[in-house]
Design a protein around this ligand. Structure first.
Ligand SMILES: Cc1cc2nc3c(=O)[nH]c(=O)nc-3n(C[C@H](O)[C@H](O)[C@H](O)COP(=O)(O)O)c2cc1C
Length: 166
């Protein structure tokens, strides 16, 4: 899938049909995360690939969507390595969401609900207490085509040369 098509078609999907997510594709997705820009190239991130059904079920406590996911990728960040750990995690998340889309799967950026259950999720996945675990991406098949949520039109958010100039 062309990059611009992936950008246009990516949409948050929160319930999945069963999908065969091959190891090769899961690694491609993680590699897209690894290749994202990193402030000062400090690379404070690590990725957890999750396939185990019981773990996915247990992640329903974070958000119900994990129960129907075939896999998930967690992003672990080390704030001691870079003060830009959250920006880096966000860049990696978006790269991975686009990779997920390009490979024909669906996902959603899970952060708001994970923040409320971070200690639980860290314990579940054995993440050391000093690290942060703030983004999880479930991976599955979209049961039907899902449109991206409405966006403000470009004309509303775009200025030319100076702020406020059409
Ligand atoms: C920082 C951030 C945190 C988010 N956290 C959650 C979340 O915890 N759960 C969820 O279902 N969606 C979450 N989302 C997804 C947004 O709700 C979604 O991207 C937005 O509603 C637009 O929909 P779209 O992705 O289909 O375009 C998050 C997105 C971002 C960028």
């Amino acid at each position: 899938m062309d990059l611009f098509e992936a950008i246009e078609k990516r949409a948050s999907v929160r319930a999945y049909a069963p999908a065969d997510v091959s190891e090769a594709n899961l690694l491609k997705i993680a590699d897209a995360g690894r290749r994202a820009p990193s402030g000062g190239n400090r690379q404070p991130l690590q990725f957890i690939l999750i396939r185990d059904k019981e773990t996915l079920k247990a992640l329903e406590k974070v958000q119900p969507c994990f129960g129907s996911a075939s896999a998930a990728v967690g992003i672990v960040a080390d704030p001691a390595v870079s003060r830009w750990w959250l920006e880096d995690a966000s860049a990696a998340a978006e790269n991975m969401l686009l990779a997920v889309q390009a490979l024909g799967y669906a996902s959603v950026w899970v952060e708001g609900t994970l923040l409320k259950q971070e200690d639980y999720a860290k314990k579940l996945l054995g993440v050391p207490p000093e690290k942060r675990f703030v983004i999880l991406l479930p991976i599955g098949k979209a049961p039907q085509e899902t449109p991206q949520a409405d966006r403000k039109p470009l004309s509303e958010v775009l200025w030319r040369e100076r702020y406020g100039r059409k």
